[in-house]
Design a protein around this ligand. Structure first.
Ligand code: CP
Length: 306
């Protein structure tokens, strides 16, 4: 059973294989599972890109998407995550895609399910498909990762993207540096030996400037000190963009706080790969779904006792 819970659990070989599969989908490859396959997308936290692109990916693969909305489900009657998924498994789901606000929510599911779980983001923990689509975008641009310098800038402490990307990029041979408000450079990143540099150095010396959204919903109102000054102190201003290396690119997982992490006019500038990332999200999610379903025997069958 091929879960995808974190990028940390993927070897560099497995990452390369998923990126190759995604690239093939980007180039028009088609793949269909044998017979009817059902997938449910459970989003306990809001999403636009991840939810929509999983759904597009599922439909492109000919999968049947079981409509599931947390707000109108029995989650509202107190049904637990485990019981909800066990129910969907019993009904016939062949895989589930889950976004949840609790870090590592998937720990309670390990070893208890027959169907694969694809993590679409857990709290401040991990966002493996975002990480894979970021890697695909970088690989398309530079052909690989060895020797690249990637600056991850902003709300590191609350970012599941920062964690997933820093780990994978480092293992693939890139140098990762962090920048932004120093108090958001968390102990975890510090203890893993990542360098923290000021924003001007980060922007002017990197091949990839990866900006992170300020995660207002995870700050408990304590970030207001930066509301007016963040862009000037830590954002990608038009003046800073002019210092970027030739051929370097701008990335952001989005949603973007325009005029905060990045100047409004830069969101769609020639260096920006923000919308390319979203496009690649569909291909990466097709690859991850194929990986989850390709070796599965036809249908999620149960023997009916007489
Ligand atoms: N990048 C990302 O995960 O966006 P959504 O929250 O809209 O899915």
């Amino acid at each position: 059973k091929k879960d995808l819970l974190t990028t940390t659990e993927l070897s560099t070989g497995e990452i390369a294989r998923i990126l190759d599969m995604a690239q093939s989908f980007a180039e028009g490859k088609e793949w269909r599972p044998k017979g009817l396959r059902f997938v449910a997308n459970l989003f306990y936290e809001p999403s636009t890109r991840t939810k929509s692109s999983f759904e597009v990916a599922e439909r492109k693969l000919g999968l049947e998407v079981i409509p599931f909305e947390v707000q109108t489900s029995s989650v509202q009657k107190g049904e637990t995550l485990y019981d909800t998924i066990k129910t969907l498994e019993s009904i016939g789901a062949d895989a589930v895609v889950i976004r949840h606000s609790i870090d590592n929510y998937f720990e309670e599911l390990k070893g208890r399910l027959k169907i694969p779980v694809i993590n679409a983001g857990d709290g401040c923990g991990h966002h493996p498909t975002q990480s894979l689509l970021d890697l695909l975008t970088i690989r398309q641009e530079f052909g690989g990762f060895q020797g690249l310098k990637v600056a991850i800038v902003g709300d590191i402490a609350h970012s599941r993207v920062a964690r997933s990307n820093a780990d994978a990029l480092t293992r693939l041979g890139a140098e990762v540096v962090f920048s932004g408000p120093p108090e958001w450079f968390d102990q975890d990143a510090h203890s893993k030996g990542y360098r923290f540099v000021n924003i001007d150095e980060a922007v002017s010396s990197s091949d990839v400037v990866m900006l992170l959204r300020i995660q207002h919903e995870r700050h408990g109102g304590n970030e207001n000190v930066y509301l007016d000054s963040y862009h000037r102190h830590f954002g990608l201003t038009a003046a800073r963009e002019r210092t970027m290396k030739k051929g370097s690119i701008i990335m952001h997982p989005a949603p973007v706080n325009r005029g905060v992490e990045i100047d409004d006019a830069l969101v769609e500038c020639s260096r920006s790969r923000i919308f390319k990332q979203m496009q690649n999200g569909v291909f990466v999610r097709m690859a991850v779904l194929q990986r989850a379903l390709e070796n599965k025997e036809g249908g999620n069958k149960y023997v009916i006792a007489n």
